[in-house]
Ligand binder design. Sequence first.
Ligand SMILES: Cc1ncc(COP(=O)(O)O)c(C=O)c1O
Length: 426
Amino acid sequence: MMNYQRFFEEAIDQLHAERRYRIFADLERIAGAFPRAIWRANGEAREITVWCSNDYLGMGQHPDVIAAQQQAAGRMGSGAGGTRNISGTNHPLVELELELADLHGKDSALVFTSGFVSNEAAISTIARLMPYCLVLSDELNHASMIEGVRRSGAEKKVFRHNDVAHLESLLQAAGRERAKLIVFESVYSMDGDVAPIEKIADLAEKYNAMTYIDEVHAVGMYGARGGGITEREGLAHRIDVIEGTLAKAFGTLGGYITGPRAVVDAVRSYAPGFIFTTALPPAIAAAATASIRHLKQSNIEREQHQRQAQRTKDVLSAAGLPVMPSSTHIVPVLVGDPELCKMASDRLLGVHGIYIQPINYPTVPRGSERLRITPTPFHDDRLIDDLQDALVETWDALGIPYAGTRRPAQHRTDRIIPLVVPASGG
Ligand SMILES: Cc1ncc(COP(=O)(O)O)c(C=O)c1O
């Protein structure tokens, strides 16, 4: 007889055996003091610095964003009250979709409850509606895109990461007549590299393929108005569907697609992941709109973000730490072993009050386990110097390899000041 309890315990044991069991830190972000947060563990509460948030620009604590959310909640309440199909669309969501269509220079936009859902719902619906569609998918695409392709039931061919020659050979083999959808990302979030968007758009034109780009790790941060890498490179009009999230640089929650009116309308009309789920709350929609509006006309966040990201890379590289090559704001530091990666993360938090979640398989290939550091405009120069000291101390203490030759320890211990604040509640 099936022992259900035992079955699930064994599934968890398997993760422990593979050293892949994940533990989440118990954190409380402090609005107004980002990237500081309160970390609760072992009955104690401690103030720490977060170095792995995807609130890339700190917009989650921007006064205009908080005010918009509070005002909308005060006027309209907390929830959306149902699916849009059954209960209509709250006006803040109408405004948000207009804002998003304008951001990417597209006819229409459609908002989902997350970026994951937007990829899963849109890709599966677009590829399913087109007869005998072939999906061409970059090998490093996010799980939400892979899930969308899988659910479409369409044939899929995976092209080597950012390899346009490989993509072209697959397009050529499929021929111009067959329906084809190329799905890829602009910024790949684990390595921080960027897709050859123009070349992919050229190939799409040559072989008559449709294009779908995930700009989740770029919207808000790149382009003169925060329209992502496609805006920065003047390519938005050459990509059919641009997908993004409201949960990272825009600091709120939700996902979206923008594109030609008929495509967006078809997804709205056919995608179960859109139709059969409650809409985003109006207060979240209002907060997202405030964030997008702010970032459309303000460049200071983007400039500071790039400056602090570059400085972080420079300082850590100069210390001999194995910073992996990245042409964007993402700073991956190689550890190369899951156990060491977890130990490094634990030590950074416990000893230095620095939170960086370990990134292990299957998020990244085995042997490339890493600390993925995401500087924001709020990680000032002093915080960067503190991070360098803490990483060097951790690398020395755990014997993690440096880049090239091993560097003599030069860490300063005078900066390691654990701040203890009273625990409130749990
Ligand atoms: C490339 C990519 N696409 C989509 C998502 C999902 O976005 P969201 O967090 O809004 O669900 C993520 C990660 O969160 C991502 O990294």
